[in-house]
Design a protein around this ligand. Sequence first.
Ligand SMILES: Nc1[nH]c(=O)nc2c1ncn2[C@H]1C[C@H](O)[C@@H](COP(=O)(O)OP(=O)(O)OP(=O)(O)O)O1
Length: 165
Amino acid sequence: MTAAHVTLCFLLRHGSDGEHVLLGTKKTGFGRGKVVGVGGHVEPGETAVEAACREVMEEINVVVEAADLVPAGTVDFVFPARPDWNMATTVFLTRTWAGEPSESDEIAPAWFPVGQLPVERMWADAEHWLPAMIAGRRIAVRVDLAPDNENVADVHTVEWVEPGR
Ligand SMILES: Nc1[nH]c(=O)nc2c1ncn2[C@H]1C[C@H](O)[C@@H](COP(=O)(O)OP(=O)(O)OP(=O)(O)O)O1
């Protein structure tokens, strides 16, 4: 699969009513209007970790240190009707950051209880992989989108083995 390398980084925190995850409404570009994770393209010469740290700074104005990123696995998004949209995503979780998430030109962030994700406003595939990653499963996921580029045709999940181990 030819695919752009992108990252997603999910901030997690415990609230009085349980665990919450930071998502955001995308204001520009790919997936505009959807509630998505914070992230974006890995630039040439960058690692996925470096890109995740940069994107959280650019999109929600918080500082995350590389050492505080917890690898959660990978998701390959396959768009058969638009192969130029294919993305290979490296996903991280973190419970440690500096600053208060705030809105940027790209994302309007908001906290959601992990048991009540706004799935009707997210990509249709998100409910197939995001809850598992938040729960601590490290997985490698392949999502095949339907010809409409919105619905899910197939999801294949295997346990993820961290490279180099
Ligand atoms: N099917 C899908 N489900 C999902 O939950 N997230 C998806 C998805 N397909 C793509 N994404 C995410 C991954 C990635 O973080 C994001 C697209 O990357 P970007 O935000 O970088 O794209 P943009 O074109 O808006 O920005 P630039 O990189 O600045 O051009 O969309």
